[in-house]
Each structure stands twice: as structure tokens, then as C-alpha cells.
Design a protein around this ligand. Structure first.
Ligand SMILES: *[C@@H]1O[C@H](CO)[C@@H](O)[C@H](O)[C@H]1NC(C)=O
Ligand SMILES: *[C@@H]1O[C@H](CO)[C@@H](O)[C@H](O)[C@H]1NC(C)=O
Ligand SMILES: *[C@@H]1O[C@H](CO)[C@@H](O)[C@H](O)[C@H]1NC(C)=O
Ligand SMILES: *[C@@H]1O[C@H](CO)[C@@H](O)[C@H](O)[C@H]1NC(C)=O
Ligand SMILES: *[C@@H]1O[C@H](CO)[C@@H](O)[C@H](O)[C@H]1NC(C)=O
Ligand SMILES: *[C@@H]1O[C@H](CO)[C@@H](O)[C@H](O)[C@H]1NC(C)=O
Ligand SMILES: *[C@@H]1O[C@H](CO)[C@@H](O)[C@H](O)[C@H]1NC(C)=O
Ligand SMILES: *[C@@H]1O[C@H](CO)[C@@H](O)[C@H](O)[C@H]1NC(C)=O
Ligand SMILES: *[C@@H]1O[C@H](CO)[C@@H](O)[C@H](O)[C@H]1NC(C)=O
Ligand SMILES: CC(=O)N[C@H]1CO[C@H](CO)[C@@H](O)[C@@H]1O
Length: 691
């Protein structure tokens, strides 16, 4: 009898041990039919082909996928944690070639929901208030594709070990070892390629290793080896899984397979037996390169044939060799003429210093476009500008008006843009607007423009300075999202024939004071203009109103006065009839004042601006005083800002002021670009169009 009981006891003990060890070990070759073996939250989903997709390429998403049962990581009684090992295959496919956001992390956490966590740089793991707190119980290995300076990230392609904080305890450039070669091989984790990662922790020697490879077999050398006793950071039972997030820039984050084992070695995954991404999606760049190559080939053939014809037929587009390399599509003049119905006045959307803008419908695709016709006499400037177009055409962001293509015909340059059905922002904010925008609409537009500008400043291969931020250059798409137009165009007008002169391009009321001295536009001068835009959107007034009673009104000074009086909300557009979010309005107004500071050093970067707008950082309670402009009158030969400030041309869709500021010995002369409104006439704006 006793013997039988003992047998039953042992059998039970053995079985429960078996059950336990079964729970602590799993191997998923793809996730097909495993919906119940993974617990998902945020936007994570298992696709029909068995791929676990943590995020898609929409902005500011979080995706979590955890093993549903908690795993015994530690025995508190003996104060010791166990060893573990995991292998998984992942791919990060950025929305745009080279730019991805924000990354994914293998995560060990005391919860599988990670409630309260933020997207973007927080990777869906933590938030600004709990980051770094010992009570988080979050251990992560991050595969980060954005360099966040606040967390001391080393670059935008690294692997790091994070303990309760997004400030990595240790991190390295993403890389891998090949067998028989002790040199690290560079690895781009957002290339869209399938990468296998192994994470091993040995609780005897207190070592946490990360190993990467592009193949199924595990290299003998790890790229990251961290000496750490995890016991203090673990609870007895923890969840394991993945977290990924997107921010202003976005990537799709995929997991193809995952194996895990406590107290042993997790099996490596056989990459060939895992589901894979469908062909073209796998690598956007191949597609883009493919399309551009065939486009270039096509263009070359088309152009060579065309050149032959051009020699015979007069009065046609003249194509020169340097024009062929340009990236965005080249349209034929005929096509654009047809699209705009021979540039009929009826199709005119607006006009100003840069030329007329027509509405058009492309004959083949029937897509609606805006065609901007710019006259330019100097071939020299134009040639340099063409290389600009190549790069402007590659800028892609949902808050920019996309340049689709171009065409040149003698002295005229025609630029083809996405058509923005709802026109420009200025039409909605002052005088007799088409429609009063609600606060929510205004706030969304502001945030959109800030995203677009941040992209230009920091998130592209090279910093692009807009140089002409203003309400007239913010266009609204069908969903009333704010999109910046005309970026990079100001550059065309900067090449002066006399090298000792610099032309200042911009619009009065948005020109940063230092610009007229140095003539050198910077990201900070864009921020100044953005500040003016913020104030006008909230107040519903122009930056400078020459005819305001009892005297001319300089918006920033007026808002500043009200702020000092403690009556800041008095400046909010009366037409909102008090229906707005006071907290948001104060944030935008304060931000407008900070950005409009005369001292460049006091202005925030666009990245900071966005964090304030998203509520991820709090604005200072006390604002820095708006430093007096410290330029010497005429002393350095610059144009005195006062000369400009008292005039303001009426703003219209594409109105522009451009003036020469001499840096040489011509003292304080102001020259006016032919065809644009005079900055010295208060009536100005003879070109305004209200179509
Ligand atoms: C998934 O879960 C079920 C029970 O919920 C289990 O029978 C099955 O073995 C699990 N699959 C894998 C691959 O672990
Ligand atoms: C991404 O996922 C979100 C939430 O599931 C969805 O609203 C959005 O449309 C998706 N975006 C794309 C581009 O598929
Ligand atoms: C941060 O996350 C914690 C939970 O992890 C939550 O309690 C807290 O409310 C969150 N804070 C914010 C500002 O969302
Ligand atoms: C850490 O989190 C705990 C619990 O959420 C909280 O009581 C404590 O104040 C936090 N510590 C810090 C330094 O924020
Ligand atoms: C890792 O970093 C966190 C926060 O930066 C810190 O609290 C912790 O002590 C570090 N742990 C180790 C083992 O260095
Ligand atoms: C890491 O990558 C950066 C570029 O992102 C490079 O400048 C640096 O030299 C690399 N460091 C090492 C140790 O390879
Ligand atoms: C090791 O890798 C480096 C870097 O890719 C390469 O230059 C070198 O030739 C390789 N050495 C051997 C022995 O294959
Ligand atoms: C970590 O990697 C090193 C070599 O890269 C190796 O010697 C060590 O055994 C590894 N430790 C674990 C826990 O895998
Ligand atoms: C900034 O400088 C301009 C030009 O000198 C001056 O008119 C304006 O009052 C200054 N703004 C502030 C807020 O000090
Ligand atoms: C306010 C406004 O004009 N909204 C329009 C924006 O564009 C879409 C699409 O053309 C229209 O449906 C809206 O009425």
C-alpha cells in the first residue's frame, strides 16, 4: 500500500515537473494557428500567413505580443534567478527608405499589458514618468532604429540592454559575426531583411549575451555581453514577449518565429521554414530603385528620341544633358498644357513672387495636381536648382505637399505637386474665412506642420531649411491635415548674380531678426517663423496688421503684453466663441512666444516643439524675456530690421517678398525682386488673388 502511494506520489511529482518544464519552453515556427498561444495588445496582430506583425507603418503606434503564461524566473526564497535563452527572427521595414521608427524590444516584464507606456522613443515599454524607476520590473533588449539624444542613444541602428529605463546600460552598433572571421560585420536592422537574434542569460556567471545573424546558425561570438545579476530586477513570475512602437517616422515590425527555454539553450530557428514577407513589401528600396532605374532608362530612351525631334520641331522643350539625372518624374510640356487646359485663367489657384499656380488633371491618370509655373531668366541659378529638385522630389512625408515632377520649357520651370483640395490655411484664419476652423482642427494642423518641419530639419539625410513658413504655405488636404508646401523653393531665389550679396527670401512678420543681418537662413529662423504661425492660428490674426486700430499691431508683442498681464487667453480667436481646450491653447501660445524669441539660443528645436505639443514635456512656467534685437544700426552694413517691420504685404496664396540685403559695402540698401510685392509699401500685395 505504502509502496503504491509512493509510486503515485512520484508519478505526480514527475508529471507536474514535466508540465512545468513544458510551460517554460516553447518553439514557434511562425504563428499560424497560434492565436491562443500569444497574447496581443495595441495594434499587434497575427497575419493570415503566420507572421506576427507588431506595428504597421502608421505613426505613433504600439504593439505588444507576449507569451500568455507567466514564467518562473526566480526563486525569492533563495534570492537567485534562473538562466534563460531565447531566439527569434524579426524584420523591420521602414515606411521610407533609410528612415525607420522606432524599433522593437525583447521584453521581460511583470505585466503583459504595459499600460501607460508611450510610443515613439519609449518603444511601448515605459513612459516619461516611470522611466528609470526601480519598481518597473522591465528588462528589455532593444533593437532601436532612431537615435534619441535624451536617452543617450549611440546612433540610429543599435542594440542595447535596458533595465527599468530606456537609457541603455550598455549598447553597440548593430552588427554580427561571420564564422571564422573575428571582424564585426555591419548590419542594418531596418533593411527589411530577416535577422535572427539570440539572447542568453547565464545566472551562474551573471552574463547576458546578445548575438545576431542573417542566417539560421548561431555565430559563436556575441556582439553584446553584459555582466549583470538580474535577480534584483526580476519578480518570481515574469512575462516574456515583444514590444514595438512607431513615432513621427514609422516602420512595420515583424516577428517570424520565436523559441524560448528556461535553464537551457533555446533552439535556433531555421529561417527557411519560417513564413516570409511577400515579395515587393519585403524591401521598398528594391521597388523604388527598380522603378527609378526603369524610369531613368525610359527617360533616357524617350529623351534621346525626343532630342532628335526637337531639332526639327521648333518651340519645344529643350532638354539638356544635366536635366536627365533628375529624380522626380519629368512631364512633357504638352501633358501639362493639356492638364491645365492651356493654363487657362479659370484654372488659376493663386499667384505671387514664385509664379502662378494652376489646377490640373493629368490626362492619363486623371489625378488632380497643382502646377506651379515659375519664370526664371538666369540659366545658372536654374541649373543648380535642378539638382535641388532631385532631392526635394525624394522628400516624402504626410505633412509635406509632395512634389510629383517637373518640366522645363525655355525660361519657365513647371513644378507638379499633389493637389490640396482645401487650399491654404490663411484662407481659414483671417478676415472673412471660408469657414471657422474649430480648435481641434487648428491643433491638428499645428501638430501636422510641426511634424513636417521636424522631418525637414532632422529626419532626412540632410537638414532642409524651409525658409518661408507662413500660413499661405500651409496647405490643407481633404482631411484638413496641415501640409507644408514650397519647401526648398526659396533657394532658387537666393543665388544672386553678384556673389557678395545675399538675398533674403521670406515674408515679413515671419523673418527672424538675425536673418536680415546674416542673410543666412537656419533651422532656428524656420522655428521663428513657425512661432509666428502658431500665434496667428490661435489668435486668428496676421503677424503684422498695419491697419489695426488704434495703431499697427505686431502680433507677437501684443501676445507678449497679454502674457505679462496674466490675461493670455484674451488673445484667443473670438470666433471660437470660447470653445477650445484652454490647456492646449496656453501651450500653443507659450510655445509661439518661445519660438518668436529674438535670440536664436532661446528658441527650441522642432523636436522639442513637438514634444511640447504632444504633451510629452512640460513648457517652462516662466518664459525667457524676448531679448532685444542687438543688431547695430547700419553698422555691419546689414539692413535694419526696422525698415521691414512696419510694412506687410497682403498675404495671398503664394505671395512672396524677397529683398536683397547687401553684405558688402552697399549700405543698407533694399532691392526689390521684380514682380513681387514691395515690402516698403503698406498697401502691397497687388497680386492677391481670391479664387
Ligand atoms: C499552443 O497552445 C495549446 C494549448 O493552448 C498547446 O496544446 C499547443 O501545444 C501550443 N502550441 C505550441 C506550438 O506551443
Ligand atoms: C495600421 O494599424 C492601425 C490600427 O490597427 C490602422 O488604423 C491603420 O489603418 C493601419 N495602417 C496601415 C497603413 O495599414
Ligand atoms: C506611466 O505608466 C504607469 C504604469 O506603468 C502609469 O501608472 C502612469 O499613469 C503612466 N504615466 C503617464 C503620465 O501616463
Ligand atoms: C517609482 O514608482 C513608484 C510606484 O509607482 C512610486 O511610488 C515612486 O514614487 C516612483 N519613484 C520615482 C523616483 O519616481
Ligand atoms: C542599468 O541602468 C539603470 C538605469 O539607468 C540603473 O538604475 C541600473 O542600476 C543599471 N544597472 C546596472 C546593472 O548597471
Ligand atoms: C557605429 O556606427 C557609427 C555610425 O552610425 C559609426 O560612426 C561608428 O564608427 C560605429 N562604431 C563602431 C565601433 O563600429
Ligand atoms: C572578415 O570581414 C572583414 C569585414 O567584412 C573583411 O574585410 C575580411 O576580409 C574578412 N576576413 C576574412 C578572413 O574573411
Ligand atoms: C557570451 O558570449 C561569450 C563570447 O562572445 C561567451 O564566451 C560566453 O560563454 C557567452 N555567455 C553566454 C551566457 O552565452
Ligand atoms: C525683437 O526685435 C525687433 C526688432 O528690433 C523689435 O521690434 C521687437 O520689439 C523685438 N521683440 C521683442 C519681443 O523684444
Ligand atoms: C472645409 C472644407 O472645405 N472642407 C473640404 C475639404 O476637402 C474635402 C474633399 O474635397 C471636402 O469634402 C471638404 O468639404
Amino acid at each position: 500500500m505504502a509502496k503504491a502511494l509512493l509510486t503515485i506520489f512520484w508519478a505526480f511529482f514527475f508529471l507536474s515537473n514535466q508540465v512545468l518544464s513544458r510551460l517554460d519552453e516553447f518553439n514557434f515556427n511562425g504563428f499560424k494557428h497560434l492565436r491562443n498561444n500569444i497574447s496581443l495588445n495595441g495594434v499587434a496582430e497575427i497575419e493570415s500567413n503566420g507572421i506576427l506583425k507588431l506595428t504597421n507603418d502608421t505613426r505613433r503606434l504600439i504593439g505588444h505580443a507576449f507569451y500568455p503564461n507567466p514564467i518562473n524566473f526566480k526563486n525569492s526564497k533563495i534570492g537567485k534567478s534562473f538562466s534563460f535563452s531565447t531566439a527569434f527572427a524579426f524584420a523591420i521595414v521602414p515606411e521610407y527608405f533609410k528612415l525607420g521608427g522606432h524599433g522593437l524590444a525583447f521584453t521581460i516584464s511583470s505585466t503583459k499589458e504595459l499600460t501607460g507606456a508611450l510610443p515613439s522613443q519609449y518603444l511601448g515599454l515605459l513612459n516619461s514618468s516611470d522611466n528609470g524607476n526601480f519598481s518597473n520590473h522591465v528588462i528589455a533588449v532593444e533593437f532601436d532604429t532612431v537615435q534619441d539624444f535624451e536617452f543617450g542613444d549611440i546612433n540610429d541602428n543599435h542594440v542595447g540592454i535596458d533595465i527599468n529605463s530606456l537609457v541603455s546600460n550598455v549598447s553597440v552598433n548593430a552588427s554580427y559575426f561571420m564564422e571564422g572571421n573575428s571582424t564585426k560585420q555591419a548590419l542594418n536592422i531596418k533593411s527589411g531583411k530577416t535577422i535572427q537574434a539570440w539572447i542568453d542569460y547565464d545566472s551562474v556567471i551573471n552574463e547576458l549575451n546578445v548575438t545576431l545573424s542573417l542566417s539560421s546558425s548561431k555565430p559563436s561570438m556575441s556582439i553584446l555581453s553584459f555582466h549583470v545579476d538580474l535577480a534584483p530586477y526580476l519578480e518570481d513570475y515574469m512575462y516574456v514577449g515583444f514590444s514595438a512602437s512607431t513615432g513621427l517616422l514609422a516602420s512595420s515590425h515583424y516577428i517570424f518565429g520565436w523559441s524560448f527555454k528556461m535553464n537551457g539553450r533555446a533552439e535556433s530557428l531555421d529561417l527557411s521554414s519560417l513564413p516570409s514577407l511577400p515579395g515587393p513589401k519585403k524591401d521598398h528600396t528594391v521597388l523604388i530603385v527598380g522603378i527609378s532605374v526603369s524610369l531613368v532608362v525610359f527617360t533616357v530612351i524617350a529623351v534621346s528620341a525626343a532630342i532628335y525631334l526637337y531639332k526639327k520641331v521648333k518651340n519645344m522643350d529643350v532638354v539638356e544633358d544635366w536635366e536627365i539625372d533628375v529624380g522626380p518624374r519629368r512631364y512633357s510640356y504638352k501633358e501639362l498644357k493639356q492638364a491645365t487646359r492651356k493654363f487657362r485663367d479659370k484654372e488659376l489657384l493663386g499667384f505671387g513672387g514664385f509664379g502662378r499656380v494652376y489646377k490640373g488633371t493629368l490626362p492619363n491618370s486623371k489625378t488632380q495636381v497643382a502646377v506651379k509655373r515659375i519664370s526664371h531668366e538666369s540659366k545658372q541659378g536654374l541649373r543648380e536648382f535642378m539638382s535641388e529638385i532631385a532631392s526635394i522630389g525624394r522628400l516624402r512625408h504626410r505633412n509635406l505637399v509632395q512634389l510629383l515632377g517637373w518640366c522645363r520649357r525655355r525660361g519657365d520651370l513647371l513644378l507638379v505637386y499633389d493637389f490640396m483640395p482645401n487650399g491654404s490655411l490663411d484662407k481659414y484664419i483671417y478676415e472673412e474665412p471660408k469657414m471657422i476652423l474649430t480648435w481641434e482642427q487648428r491643433f491638428k494642423i499645428i501638430k501636422g506642420v510641426a511634424c513636417g518641419l521636424l522631418y525637414l530639419h532632422e529626419e532626412w539625410e540632410q537638414a532642409v531649411i524651409h525658409r518661408d513658413i507662413k500660413a499661405g504655405n500651409v496647405l490643407l488636404d481633404a482631411e484638413l491635415n496641415g501640409r507644408l508646401g514650397d519647401f526648398g523653393l526659396a533657394k532658387l531665389y537666393e543665388h544672386g548674380s553678384n556673389p557678395s550679396t545675399t538675398r533674403v527670401v521670406g515674408t515679413l512678420g515671419y523673418l527672424a531678426p538675425e536673418l536680415t543681418r546674416t542673410g543666412k537662413p537656419t533651422t532656428s529662423s524656420d522655428v521663428f517663423a513657425f512661432g509666428a504661425l502658431l500665434l496667428e492660428v490661435v489668435c486668428g490674426r496676421r503677424p503684422i496688421e498695419p491697419k489695426a486700430l488704434p495703431e499697427e499691431l505686431i502680433l507677437v508683442d501684443w501676445v507678449w503684453e497679454k502674457w505679462k498681464e496674466g490675461a493670455i487667453l484674451e488673445v484667443v480667436d473670438q470666433r471660437l466663441s470660447g470653445e477650445y481646450d484652454e490647456v492646449e491653447a496656453v501651450v500653443v501660445l507659450k510655445l509661439g512666444l518661445i519660438c518668436s524669441n529674438n535670440a536664436t539660443s532661446a528658441r527650441p528645436s522642432m523636436r522639442q516643439v513637438l514634444r511640447y505639443l504632444e504633451g510629452e514635456a512640460a513648457l517652462p512656467e516662466v518664459l525667457a524675456p524676448p531679448n532685444e534685437y542687438d543688431g547695430k544700426k547700419g553698422g555691419d552694413g546689414g539692413v535694419d530690421f526696422e525698415d521691414f517691420v512696419h510694412s506687410y504685404p497682403s498675404s495671398s496664396y503664394f505671395e512672396k517678398v524677397s529683398a536683397w540685403s547687401s553684405v558688402g559695402d552697399r549700405d543698407g540698401e533694399v532691392d526689390i525682386e521684380a514682380g513681387s510685392a514691395s515690402p516698403l509699401s503698406t498697401t502691397g500685395g497687388a497680386h492677391s488673388s481670391n479664387r
